[in-house]
Design a protein around this ligand. Structure first.
Ligand code: ZN
Ligand code: ZN
Length: 286
């Protein structure tokens, strides 16, 4: 195993808080046990299995088997006592499916709940970013504005969650003919999302997209992580979005550097999260 190249965690990035197993409908090569083994081999302390709970047509009606999933989590906790195995779920657009999402959350205890946007409503119908290849006449600026507005609705929606997952997600599917994505072009929209997330005391996820090309894949990139700090965001959660064991903690070296360069440190209060140390207080009462 490579010790310090891409794929190995940075010294302080010891928790992968976004991993999918065979219980996610789009992760046929997912394997919870093998992912735990991989996490231990990489020196991680925490792994969170945040399985998909999607209610859009893309999921084809697939539903998370909560009982089977929680049983598998319990099994892994027994098998790997040195690893903190968190249960979790990744809610896809729960603001559009509040009844289904709330019902799922009531079925078991989830240590970590991610909120995600994978699609927008465009011209009255659902547009999945993963299917953008078929939508080559889409205007990227219009799509991105719709995406950031959808994120705001997710945050202000009725279903509570803890982590805002993979901001800038559409970058993964950016079409070759489009002008390069630049967060500065959407500064106002992104700041509105980040301010809403900070008000709701969410953690912002730094998604390493399974270690893909860092400029395009890191979601969000360093600019937005800096804005998160600037609006007073306090918590950062690092996740690979691995859909098979080989991608656990992929890209963590870079993520750890970005987090540290932005002033975040591994939290001592909540294992797995990154936080910003409180600024030294100015003398008060004066
Ligand atoms: Zn996702
Ligand atoms: Zn995911």
């Amino acid at each position: 195993m490579r010790a310090s190249s891409e794929g190995a965690p940075a010294p302080a990035a010891r928790a992968d808080l976004h991993v999918h197993s065979e219980f996610s409908w789009d992760a046929p090569r997912g394997a919870m046990m093998a992912s735990c083994q991989r996490a231990l081999a990489l020196g991680l302390q925490v792994v969170a299995f945040t399985e998909h709970a999607d209610y859009s047509d893309l999921a084809g009606g697939a539903r998370l088997d909560v009982a089977g999933y929680l049983e598998a989590i319990a099994h892994c906790r027994r098998e790997f006592p040195r690893l903190s195995v968190w249960s979790g779920v990744e809610l896809g657009e729960p603001h559009r499916f509040p009844r289904e999402a709330s019902s799922l959350l009531s079925q078991g205890r989830f240590d970590l709940v991610l909120g995600s946007v994978h699609s927008v409503i465009s011209a009255g119908s659902v547009l999945e970013f993963s299917e953008l290849g078929q939508e080559s006449d889409s205007d990227p600026r219009q799509l991105m504005r719709a995406y950031f507005e959808e994120l705001r609705q997710l945050i202000e929606g009725p279903v509570e969650f803890q982590v805002l997952a993979h901001l800038e997600y559409p970058k993964r599917f950016w079409l070759a003919g489009w002008p390069p994505y630049d967060p500065q072009a959407y500064r106002e929209e992104i700041l509105a999302v980040l301010e809403a997330a900070a008000r709701h005391d969410l953690a912002l996820e730094l998604n390493t997209s399974r270690g893909g090309d860092p400029v395009w894949a890191l979601g969000p990139g360093p600019t937005v992580i800096g804005w998160w700090r600037d609006v007073g965001g306090r918590q950062l959660s690092v996740g690979s979005d691995a859909h098979d064991p080989s991608a656990v903690a992929a890209g963590f070296l870079l993520a750890g550097q970005v987090a540290a360069n932005t002033g975040f440190v591994p939290s001592t209060a909540r294992l797995g999260m990154w936080t910003r140390p409180l600024q030294p207080k100015l003398a008060d009462g004066g």
